[in-house]
Design a protein around this ligand. Structure first.
Ligand SMILES: Nc1ncnc2c1ncn2[C@@H]1O[C@H](COP(=O)(O)OP(=O)(O)OP(=O)(O)O)[C@@H](O)[C@H]1O
Ligand SMILES: [Mg+2]
Length: 249
C-alpha cells in the first residue's frame, strides 16, 4: 500500500538541545501506526514538527506525495492532517455540538458550497461526526462538564471536523480508566476500518499499543531506533535494551 506520510532525517533543537535528533517514520495509507518511547524521547515534538506547530531544523515530511516540511499548521491541516494534543484542548463553556460545529465551519470557509447554506450543512456534518464518535446523546451537554474520557473523545471529534485523512493523536488514552481506554481505542479502530482514516498515535500503555498498532516506531533520545510490525519490534534487541526492558513490558 502507498505511504500516506513519510518522515526522513527530521531534527529540531531548542537552545542547542536536540529534542528530535534524527527521526524517521513511515505511515502506510489506512494503517494504525504507534510511536513509543520513554518520557522526553521526542514524541510530542515529532508530532509538532509533522503538523506544522514547529518548523523543523532539518529533514523532510512528505504527505500524500507532497513535501509539507515547514508549512504552517493551518495549511497542513487543510491538506488533510488532523490532530489532538497530549492535554485536552476543547472550548469548555460551549456545548459538545458547538465545539464540533466550530471545527466544521472553520473547514467550510475554504470550501464554500454554492448550493447549500454553510450553517445548515454544518449541522448535518456535525451530527454525523457526533454519531460516529458516540457523542450524539451528549450533544447539548456543556463540554467542560463531560468526564475526562469523553473530553478526549470530543477532541477527536473536533479533529474530524477538518475532514482529515491522517489523524495524529498524542496520548489519546492518557489519564483514562481501563474502560475509557478500551472504548477510545475501539473508536480509533473503527475510524480506521470504516472511515478510511489513517492513524498515527503515541502512547505509553504498551497493552494498548500492541493491541491496535499494525506498525510501531520506537524513539529514544530524539532518534528513531526501530520501526516495524509489533512482533518484530517486541523481539528487537536494541528496543528491548533501550525501552521495553526498563518499562517492564
Ligand atoms: N519548547 C521546548 N523548549 C525546550 N525544550 C523542549 C521543548 N519542547 C520539548 N522540549 C524537550 O525536548 C525533549 C522531548 O520532549 P517531548 O515533549 O517531545 O517528549 P515526549 O516523548 O513527548 O515525552 P512524554 O512521553 O513525557 O510526553 C524533552 O527533553 C523536553 O524537555
Ligand atoms: Mg509527549
Amino acid at each position: 500500500m502507498a505511504d500516506l506520510l513519510r518522515v526522513e532525517g527530521l531534527g529540531k533543537a531548542f537552545d542547542g538541545f536536540r529534542a528530535v535528533a534524527d527521526a524517521a517514520l513511515v505511515v502506510p495509507q489506512g494503517a494504525i501506526v504507534a510511536v513509543i518511547g520513554p518520557n522526553g524521547a521526542g514524541k510530542t515534538t515529532l508530532f509538532n514538527l509533522i503538523t506544522g506547530l514547529l518548523p523543523p531544523d532539518r529533514g523532510r515530511v512528505v504527505f500524500d506525495g507532497h513535501e509539507i516540511t515547514g508549512l504552517p499548521a493551518h495549511e497542513i491541516c487543510r491538506r488533510g492532517v488532523g490532530r489532538t494534543f497530549q492535554i485536552a484542548n476543547i472550548f469548555p463553556r460551549l456545548t459538545v455540538f458547538e465545539n464540533v460545529q466550530v471545527a466544521v465551519l472553520a473547514q467550510r470557509r475554504t470550501s464554500a458550497n454554492l448550493f447549500r447554506p454553510a450553517a445548515g450543512q454544518a449541522v448535518e456534518d456535525t451530527a454525523a461526526i457526533l454519531e460516529r464518535t458516540g457523542l450524539l446523546a451528549r450533544a447539548q451537554a456543556v463540554a467542560g462538564t463531560l468526564s475526562h474520557g469523553d473530553q478526549r473523545i470530543l477532541e477527536i471529534a473536533i479533529a474530524l471536523g477538518s475532514r482529515p485523512r491522517l489523524l495524529v493523536l498524542d496520548e489519546p488514552t492518557a489519564g483514562m480508566s481501563p474502560e475509557e481506554t478500551a472504548a477510545t481505542m475501539a473508536l480509533v479502530g473503527r475510524l480506521a476500518r470504516e472511515g478510511g482514516l489513517t492513524i498515527l498515535f503515541c502512547e505509553h500503555d504498551m497493552s494498548v499499543v500492541f493491541a491496535v498498532a499494525q506498525s510501531i516506531m520506537v524513539m529514544r533520545g530524539g532518534r528513531t531506533i526501530a520501526q516495524g510490525p509489533p512482533e518484530a519490534v517486541r523481539q528487537n534487541r536494541e528496543v528491548q535494551e533501550a525501552y521495553l526492558g526498563d518499562a517492564g513490558a
